[in-house]
Write a protein that binds this ligand. Structure first.
Ligand SMILES: CC(C)(COP(=O)(O)OP(=O)(O)OC[C@H]1O[C@@H](n2cnc3c(N)ncnc32)[C@H](O)[C@@H]1OP(=O)(O)O)[C@@H](O)C(=O)NCCC(=O)NCCS
Length: 196
């Protein structure tokens, strides 16, 4: 069974290797843009100096197969998740997303923002299978959007997190300039569509 642990400086090189191994497409999904290798190293260095929650899955040979980052300090909590291509479809992503959900609940956070979620059908499926809600701007086409939500919106009750945690597309993040400073991100967000 794979478990997620908090990395130490000893994991730095392998963590960087994991992130550098992500393709351009993976980087776009994980970071919201295609970070250069130099950006990625700087990003990894920052992970050890910021308050972001970081979890990694370390394999028997000490390679890191998956990395979860949860920035709970920004205006809206941001989720970053990646699994090395050689370790996909083995449950690593599910384990890390589950950890993210538990952490979110422990911090009283209901909504985690994800870049380009509308284009990430794999992550949408993963979230729904764990009982999380998935919220994307309407009109975005994804594999699991094949059955259009009735009336533009549809809420799904599932086992696991039972809808207590929502993954929302970064595009739905409340406008920092217009948002009421007293209004938590969760309350300020207007749901557009919940996919099933
Ligand atoms: C999205 C991503 C994190 C998924 O990671 P993963 O480790 O492959 O996910 P899992 O293995 O837990 O689940 C993937 C599939 O494998 C299946 N699976 C899970 N455990 C399994 C197992 N032990 N054996 C076989 N299949 C399994 C899951 O049911 C799921 O099936 P589905 O595609 O029908 O939904 C990964 O593809 C990735 O890193 N993508 C690039 C970056 C990205 O998109 N990040 C998310 C945005 S922040």
């Amino acid at each position: 069974m794979r478990t997620a642990i908090c990395p130490t400086q000893l994991h730095f090189r392998r963590l960087v290797r994991h992130l550098l191994g992500l393709t351009s497409g993976d980087r776009l999904l994980r970071f919201g843009r295609v970070l250069t290798d130099i950006d990625i190293v700087a990003y990894a260095e920052r992970l050890f100096t910021t308050a972001a929650k970081v979890f990694v899955v370390v394999e028997r040979d000490q390679d890191i197969s998956g990395v979860l980052t949860l920035d709970l300090t920004s205006s809206g909590p941001t989720l970053g998740l990646s699994v090395s291509s050689w370790a996909r479809n083995l449950g690593v992503g599910t384990a890390l997303l589950q950890r993210a959900g538990v952490l979110a609940r422990a911090h009283g956070v209901q909504t985690l923002f994800v870049p380009n979620l509308g284009f990430n059908s794999a992550l949408q499926r993963l979230a729904l299978s764990l009982g999380m809600n998935v919220m994307c701007a309407s009109g975005v086409i994804s594999a699991i959007d094949a059955v259009p939500p009735a009336g533009g919106q549809q809420e799904v009750q599932r086992i696991g997190f039972a809808g207590s945690v929502t993954l929302a597309d970064e595009a739905l993040r409340p406008d920092a300039e217009n948002a009421n400073a007293d209004t938590p991100a969760d309350a300020a967000m207007t749901p557009v569509a919940i996919l099933s």
